[in-house]
Design a binder for this molecule. Structure first.
Ligand code: NAD
Length: 543
């Protein structure tokens, strides 16, 4: 048991390095990229701390250079999912019993390893495997992941400090127990930090985990796991399996000890899993916790008084960084007619300068979309818009998958506010704009509010304080992260806790106390020092 009420080390956001020409970090990252691009990968699953190889290997190829076979990962099946569950359940009693400061130390050490000796590797695997440029990788795979690990510890400490009051002769205590059973962490391709956090957050609170990453982010998942092991994570606490999603859920959601789902990904997948869990509810020992942060149809709404240059910059960065593959990326914009010509000119100027290409050339702002399936879907959206009477391509519209899955940043002008790309999540470098007449602002706000199922991020631009106040109230349920005169992307742990409502998820705000509270089942203990020995109360006495 702990023999001290320990103070934590100071916890601050990890500084973002610049990777500017001539910087030391740029030089190290470039040489790491060269080294890792030599390939030779043979990536096993890691179950119960052991490397598991199978006869079913899958190619690993960079999305921006798909002719370069970097190597293979070992695909698992249902038997490996079962192995991972068994390992998680076996590891649970000792992990749950471990002092909180030891659990905290493991994740603080992992954070320091990532920020220090493994920084270049985390960036390089994310750049190569998920096609991020150096800056996008640095803010995700290094800074956000490190922030998650460090701030989770701070938040755990705060939760453990939430204790009830006591009356004379009694001591009440809250025990922040982990859940009973195992957690399933299911992560998306687009953020190494999210993938690294989905298993780690429940684990920090004393849970054990089966973690299935996206098949397009196995390279970074493997490195996360290796660093957690080096930091001292005991065998079986997090078990990394590369089974198919459906296979994994068939085993997991039929297991009596399934205790919780920690998911980030698309809304459709989350909905189908929630249904299955609901259908199986009577089979579980406890009610599983279901946490899912899902899709978005994020908006920029410019008012008549907005500054065109600020709006254009928010569009260029907010819609096209990481090829629009951020859940928070702006994918629809409402621009008043008085600003449109200028905004279009400025965005076109920006996009004419933006370079698209491989991650190894640091001057490329835009890299490839994640895979061929995504490329084909996005190319069809662009072709459909070209053929539609209700839409016009005003920027970009070109794509080419001969060497990598490249799509030029594209702006579609929608003639009606309910054109399909104003409503559906596309997850690519495509922004759709609807130009409105300021006299019709109320109708446009209603459309913005009601035309999609999502409510993840949104941004308004206005120079008029009373309008800012009015729109902030009017749009309150349209976004879990709402931005005033800023782009709708780039949330930082501990500064803009992230998550959306409606079809965008359960809004448990990853990296905050709210998320960690989902991974505990508090027990209240009342201890009486001098127990009663007489069952009677004074009011029963005879007159
Ligand atoms: P996805 O839903 O396709 O996949 C997420 C995970 O679920 C992957 O590991 C995948 O293998 C697995 N999966 C897919 N189909 C499955 C099925 N039928 N059964 C079980 N598992 C299945 O998402 P993605 O393409 O990896 O990521 C992009 C999506 O994630 C977008 O919708 C984006 O908005 C969302 N996202 C949301 C947030 C947020 O915080 N709200 C953050 C990042 C990404």
């Amino acid at each position: 048991m702990p023999k001290g009420v320990y103070k934590l080390p100071e916890i601050k956001n990890e500084p973002v390095l610049s990777y500017a020409p001539g910087s030391k970090e740029r030089e190290t990252l470039k040489s790491t990229l060269t080294e890792l691009n030599k390939g030779g990968l043979d990536i096993p699953m890691i179950i119960d701390g052991k490397e598991i190889h199978t006869n079913d290997t899958k190619d690993i190829r960079p999305p921006h250079n798909h002719r370069n076979l970097l190597g293979y990962y070992h695909q698992g099946d249902k038997s490996h999912v079962q192995m991972a569950i068994d390992a998680a359940l076996k590891a649970k009693p000792s992990w749950e019993a471990m002092n909180w400061e030891s659990r905290a130390a493991i994740f603080l050490k992992a954070a320091d390893l990532i920020a220090g000796p493994y920084r270049a590797q985390f960036n390089a695997v994310t750049m190569i495997g998920q096609s991020k440029n150096a800056h996008q990788s640095e803010i995700d795979a290094v800074c956000e992941l490190v922030d998650f690990y460090r701030f989770n510890v701070k938040n755990m400490h705060e939760i453990y400090s939430i204790q009830p009051n006591s009356s004379p002769g009694v001591w009440n205590r809250m025990v922040w127990r982990p859940l009973e059973g195992f957690i399933f962490a299911l992560s998306p391709f687009n953020f190494t930090s999210i993938a690294g956090n989905l298993g780690a957050a429940p684990a920090l609170m004393g849970n054990t985990v089966v973690w299935k990453p996206s098949k397009t982010a196995v390279y970074s998942a493997h490195l996360i796991m290796k660093v957690l092991q080096e930091a001292g994570l005991p065998d079986g606490v997090i078990n990394l399996v590369y089974a198919g999603g459906k296979e994994a859920t068939e085993v997991i959601f039929n297991h009596r000890d399934f205790a919780g789902l920690h998911f980030t990904g698309s809304t459709g997948v989350f909905n189908s899993m929630w249904k299955t869990i609901g259908a199986n509810i009577s089979n579980y020992k406890s009610y599983p916790r279901i946490v899912g942060e899902t899709g978005g149809k994020d908006y920029i709404f410019a008012c008549e008084s907005a500054n065109a240059k600020q709006v254009a910059t928010a569009i260029t960065r907010g819609a096209f960084e990481y090829q629009g593959q951020k859940c928070s990326a702006a994918s629809r914009a409402y621009i008043p007619v008085n600003l449109w010509d200028e905004v279009l000119q400025l965005v076109s100027d920006d996009l004419s300068k933006i370079k698209t290409g491989v991650v190894e050339d640091f001057s490329n702002f835009v890299n490839a979309v994640i895979d061929e399936e995504s490329f084909d879907k996005l190319a069809k959206v662009i072709d459909d818009a070209k053929a539609s009477a209700d839409a016009e391509i005003v920027c970009g519209g070109e794509f080419d998958k001969s060497t990598g899955y490249f799509i030029k940043p594209t702006v579609i002008l929608a003639k009606t506010p309910d054109y399909i790309t104003m409503k559906e999540e596309l997850f690519g470098p495509i922004l759709t704009v609807y130009v409105y007449n300021p006299e019709d602002i109320e109708t446009v706000l209603d459309t913005l509010d009601n035309s999609t199922d999502y409510a993840l991020t949104g941004a308004i631009f206005s120079a008029d304080r009373s309008e800012i106040e009015r729109l902030t109230a009017r749009l309150t349920h349209t976004a879990g992260n709402f931005y005033i005169n800023d782009k709708p992307t780039g949330a930082v742990v501990d500064q803009q806790p992230f998550g959306g409502g409606r079809g965008s998820g359960t809004n448990d705000k990853a990296g905050s106390v709210l998320n960690l509270l989902r991974w505990v089942s508090p027990q209240c203990i009342k201890e009486t020092f001098v127990p009663a020995t007489d069952y009677m109360y004074p009011n029963f006495g005879e007159e």
